[in-house]
Design a protein around this ligand. Sequence first.
Ligand SMILES: Nc1ncnc2c1ncn2[C@@H]1O[C@H](COP(=O)(O)OP(=O)(O)OP(=O)(O)O)[C@@H](O)[C@H]1O
Ligand SMILES: [Mg+2]
Length: 489
Amino acid sequence: MIVMMFAKFVLSMAGMVFVGQEVANLSTRLRLRLIDGIMKARWGFFTSQPTGRFTAAVSTDSDRAATAFKQAGLIFAKFVEILVYFVGALFISWQFSVAAVVLCVLLWIAVSRYMRMAKRAGRGKTKYNQRLAGAVTEVLTNIKALKAMNRHGHIAAVFDTDIDKLSRALRRENDSNAAVVALQDPLLAGFLVTGIYFGYNYFGMPFEALVATIWLLRRIAAKIGEIRAGMQGMFIDSSAFWSTVALIEETEIEAEQMQKGSSMILQNEARFADVSFAYPSRDVMKDINIAIEAGKVTTIIGPSGSGKTTIADLLVGLHQPRSGQVLIDGMSLKDGDLRQWRNRIGYIPQDNILFNDTVAQNVTLGDATIDNSRIEAALKLAGAWQFVSRLPAGLDEMVGVRGNLLSGGQRQRLSIARALINDPNLLILDEATSALDHDTALEICDSVRSLAGQRTILAITHQSLWIDAADRIYEMENGSVTLAEKHSS
Ligand SMILES: Nc1ncnc2c1ncn2[C@@H]1O[C@H](COP(=O)(O)OP(=O)(O)OP(=O)(O)O)[C@@H](O)[C@H]1O
Ligand SMILES: [Mg+2]
């Protein structure tokens, strides 16, 4: 027995060390692959996904996945231990071996119901955690409107349902744990008493054999208990593992095709040639033709929902035309090097959101090679230097969650600086000055206009100042585009 115990010690230690290392590796690998997948997925994939899926997967689910994996490893280690006991048992008596197998089966059957319960609890935990993570993110983004109109009560009611379901899953998890632990002792006691009775009276087992048998049976029962606890943990957390793996696979399938093609510089023009595009639920444009001349200011106007932002997204390659082509100097965007094309673009999206970081970080987006003089120059061009230089910490001032310590117009100017910092060939402004007073907007419009010549500017707007500044104006309406007369508005 001493030899057996020693063998067990060596085997289980080796198992534990291996499992520990692999668990740490696994959660790291899952997170890295997931983040890589998320970053590389195509834009259309994001717009169709609930945000909570990503947040929950990167935070809680990756850890739970690793825990499930650890449990699986521990189960294996315990299983090896049980095997060692069984081999030992064979040396004592065949009766014992039969008894041990019966014990295993009985204990297993007695708790199988609670194992199923654990599995269900795990699935609920994964599902409602994801839903809550998503809902909280979305509500926090809109909290101002909710509070201002006292409407947060209705949304909170929606949370309550999910929280209630999550709590039900947690209760189920606890119940199944408690039931399994509670069942262990009475089952074992009953079994031992019956075993001793039959062993002594009918099989004539000698006293020493009985003592050894009871000792071994207790050990085996304890190990089975541990295995079951491990399996329970594994069942509870395995749904997080599968859900994370599924998300990784999905993001990898939805990866953007970033082929190495010829480089696109935009020396002459960007052209939409008979481009049609539709979202799954809606046709947006049909056979449109646009020429965006290099070095000039092109302005696109048109009613809300007519597809102006969609044009910008097609030009950047975030969407692909259903038919027709987007051509840069005569070469189709799908044949060119998209990564390199985007490196040349400064894009100010319609709803810009700042990170909860410093002014400088928001402008450089973490690119440490950009020095302060370049940041300052971009801020000046964007008309932001005046207010930034007055902030107590200047470039190092924190802008708050989504930039809420700044005014709407200040946030817009930081977004413009962010787009200008890389000295882009093509600058796309989607309603970029809509939150600014006329004079500030005009100032920015003038400084952006002064960039034309070297750079190509595409402005999407309702503001007349961009129409005045334009070399060419297109008007979008009902899925088609017409060249508008200059100064027509
Ligand atoms: N991800 C999407 N999925 C489905 N439909 C979308 C999506 N994005 C936009 N749409 C729809 O496509 C149409 C064009 O949208 P787009 O954002 O291009 O309009 P827009 O001209 O920029 O409007 P606005 O002036 O209000 O910004 C809209 O009717 C909109 O409902
Ligand atoms: Mg738009």
